[in-house]
Write a protein that binds this ligand. Structure first.
Ligand SMILES: Nc1ncnc2c1ncn2[C@@H]1O[C@H](COP(=O)(O)OP(=O)(O)OP(=O)(O)O)[C@@H](O)[C@H]1O
Ligand SMILES: [Mg+2]
Length: 284
């Protein structure tokens, strides 16, 4: 059985084979299972611990929002899940299979938009289909339709430096959606948008998710965004990030922001985050 180099010997081997057989036979296999993920960076010869023994599962077609203080390790976690950096230790299973660092299972919208400056908007969003040699006309029409839906009609032939920050972010979202992956990693996809545009984008994303039932992990700093979108919210501690709490959002969609359960959940989450932010900035 293939075992990537970063799967620690402690959790590799027999235990994982048993785990896989049991979860398959009981039909309880999660879409993504993160086990004991730990990571640190070397910063000017000092070890900077960023992720500490992260454990969580994501179910098929589940929408999870990740919240945590700035600098706690959220983007690092996504970079590891997407296979851009190998973790120091721990393992990841996608559909019950080990995931190595070369997986292409995820559509990843990074925090920086990473648009190619020499390509037009249309050519930027068509990178995914181009890489998989999918040059059919319907993909181009789909791209144009998504750009239009996200308010970018008329800018198809513009270059990234001719766009605002929020527009670039929407182009990056279209590019991620066109990658046609069943699992999306969205790192603060609406961070550069004004409140009204953000609400519109959230609605569009929810509609798309409702139709395609992709599995989504979304990083946000906006508690309301997490509450409006997610089935479950995972709150991370300050760096090194570990799981602080997992909160099920058992509220019907569209979420009613005046509902007492919504208000109570919002208060609960803000209290958790305020405590941690105070800790990061050493406040009382
Ligand atoms: N390549 C790297 N080399 C060294 N340190 C890094 C590297 N990437 C990230 N870090 C450090 O790891 C920590 C976590 O960074 P990360 O970008 O994952 O945080 P974040 O939770 O996404 O923050 P934000 O909410 O501000 O985007 C930070 O202290 C950062 O300085
Ligand atoms: Mg980040």
């Amino acid at each position: 059985m293939y075992s990537p180099s970063y799967v620690s010997s402690e959790i590799g081997g027999v235990e994982d084979r048993i785990f896989k057989v049991i979860s398959k036979s009981l039909n309880i296999m999660s879409k993504l299972h993160i086990r004991g993920l730990t990571h640190s960076f070397n910063l000017q010869n000092t070890k900077l611990n960023v992720l500490e023994d992260l454990n969580f599962k994501v179910n098929e077609a589940e929408f999870i929002a990740l919240l945590g203080p700035s600098g706690c390790g959220k983007s690092t976690l996504f970079n590891i899940i997407a296979g851009l950096i190998p973790p120091e230790s721990g393992a990841m299973f996608l559909n019950g299979e080990y995931v190595d660092s070369h997986t292409d299972a995820f559509g990843y919208m990074q925090q920086k938009d990473l648009l190619l400056p020499w390509r037009t908007v249309l050519k930027n969003v068509l990178i995914g289909p181009e890489i998989r040699k999918d040059t059919e006309e319907y993909v181009r029409s789909k791209a144009l339709s998504l750009l239009s839906q996200l308010g970018l009609q008329g800018f198809e032939n513009s270059y990234p430096n001719q766009l605002s920050g929020g527009m670039r972010q929407r182009v990056a979202l279209v590019r991620t959606l066109l990658c046609n992956k069943e699992f999306l990693l969205l790192d603060e996809p609406f961070g550069a948008l004004d409140a009204m545009t953000r609400t519109v984008m959230q609605t569009i994303l929810l509609e798309m998710w409702g139709k395609k039932k992709q599995t989504v992990l979304l990083i946000t700093h906006d508690v309301e965004e997490a509450l409006c979108l997610a089935d479950r919210i995972i709150v991370l501690t300050p760096r090194p990030a570990s799981i602080k709490s997992k909160i099920d959002i058992n509220l019907e969609r569209p979420r009613c922001t005046t509902d007492i359960s919504y208000i109570n959940l919002k208060k609960e989450i803000i209290d958790i985050l305020t405590l941690d932010t105070n800790q990061v900035f050493s406040m009382n």
